[in-house]
Design a protein around this ligand. Structure first.
Ligand SMILES: NC(=O)c1ccc[n+]([C@@H]2O[C@H](COP(=O)([O-])OP(=O)(O)OC[C@H]3O[C@@H](n4cnc5c(N)ncnc54)[C@H](OP(=O)(O)O)[C@@H]3O)[C@@H](O)[C@H]2O)c1
Length: 340
């Protein structure tokens, strides 16, 4: 790191989460060396001004035409998209410039489960350049480390269950965006549309695969599918501009079932659905073993938490060995509240 020992950052993707990181870095005095975004209105603007903290003298550059060869920084923070494939240009440009990379894309937490070929290429490139590639965000503490922590005290481990429940409305800009998951359909219609095999379920299986692998188990088989979530009573809803009849789809549950060579099984059920009064977004793990245990995470501000997980991981990523290094290898997240 630089002589000040404060990480010097490059930002790639100046959206909701990129702007959070700009504000955190400004608050902590971590230098922002450069900022990139795809072509559009943000290019040419001061990144501090975009983040609402006033000018900081760093102008957003077009990521496709910028020169990455002379960047003097410790880490690139990628907050553009979820997919490894779409983020590949960002990853290779930053790693190629000799920067460690921390990525907010959900496929980056455990890339070998999502896209083994790209994961292997990233690992080789990072090792060649002597830098680290890591994925982080809200799953770091609430899904990955909570699973590892609750498994930690066991002397016998039979099965793991991970459940989460997220409100679908803040995830969607319009009611139409809920339709691909069969929202409002009867179960017969839902089945007829083949939504069970939507590949989205596979992408969420990486959470349990990550935890099981980090616990030292070898995965033998992983099956994924989606199910409709339903309520037992009619559900009048302003967002959907209708009443969803009892028993019809109010969201989806993405299921993964994992078997290991050693006999441990794991199941994850990720629900994204409408919320009734009293429902609370949460993540949950249950361990069946000796001793059995449960852990539940609730959060007040998901957006702040996800960006703060990403930000607080930065020192660990800079200190980690070269290659693809998942957060499960870095110990639980540490607060930066005292870092100024
Ligand atoms: N890790 C986690 O646990 C977690 C949690 C929540 C969300 N996420 C993911 O984090 C990502 C960022 O979310 P967000 O809310 O900040 O999104 P956002 O507000 O849409 O910001 C994305 C930014 O990246 C830019 N961008 C998009 N594609 C790009 C590309 N190919 N090359 C360069 N720049 C590109 C966008 O440019 P424009 O201004 O031109 O659109 C925008 O400035 C999303 O993929 C989201 O799903 C991850």
């Amino acid at each position: 790191m630089g002589s000040s020992s404060k990480p010097r950052l490059v930002l790639y993707g100046i959206g909701q989460f990129g702007k959070h990181v700009v504000r955190f870095a400004h608050q902590k005095g971590w230098p922002i060396v450069a900022a990139f975004n795809r072509a559009g209105a943000k290019v040419g603007q001061d990144v501090g001004e975009l983040a609402g903290i006033g000018k900081i003298g760093v102008i957003v550059q077009d990521c496709d035409t910028a020169d990455y060869s002379r960047i003097d920084a410790d880490i690139g923070v990628v907050t553009s998209t979820n997919l490894l494939e779409t983020n590949h240009d960002a990853h290779t440009r930053l790693i190629g410039a000799g920067l460690n990379v921390i990525c907010h894309g959900t496929e980056s937490y455990f890339p070998q489960a999502n896209n083994p070929e790209l994961a292997a290429r990233l690992d080789a490139m990072a090792k060649e350049m002597g830098v680290t590639f890591t994925g982080s965000g809200i799953w770091d503490m609430s899904r990955i480390w909570s699973g590892l922590l609750v498994s930690g005290p066991t002397t016998e481990l039979k099965s793991l269950l991970h459940r989460s429940c997220t409100d679908i409305v803040p995830q969607c800009e319009s009611k139409e965006q809920t339709y691909p998951f069969g929202n409002t359909l009867s179960i017969e219609e839902w089945n007829a549309r083949g939504i069970r095999d939507n590949p989205i379920a596979a992408s969420y299986s990486s959470i349990a695969l990550h935890v099981v692998t980090a616990l030292g188990y070898t995965v033998r088989n992983c099956t994924t599918y989606t199910e409709p979530c339903v309520f037992e009573e009619d559900y009048p809803n302003d967002f959907m501009e209708c009443t969803i009849p009892a028993g019809n789809c109010v969201g989806i549950r993405m299921v993964a079932e994992i078997e290991t060579e050693e006999g441990l099984t794991a199941r994850s059920e990720i629900e994204v659905r409408h919320f009734r009064e009293g429902d609370v977004e949460h993540m949950f793990w249950e361990v069946e073993g000796m001793p059995g245990a449960r852990i539940r995470v609730e959060r007040d501000d998901s957006s702040h938490m996800s960006a703060a997980c990403l930000f607080n991981r930065i020192p660990d990523v800079i200190a980690a060995p070269p290659g693809v290094q998942p957060v499960s290898k870095m110990g639980p997240l540490k607060s930066t509240a005292l870092n100024f």
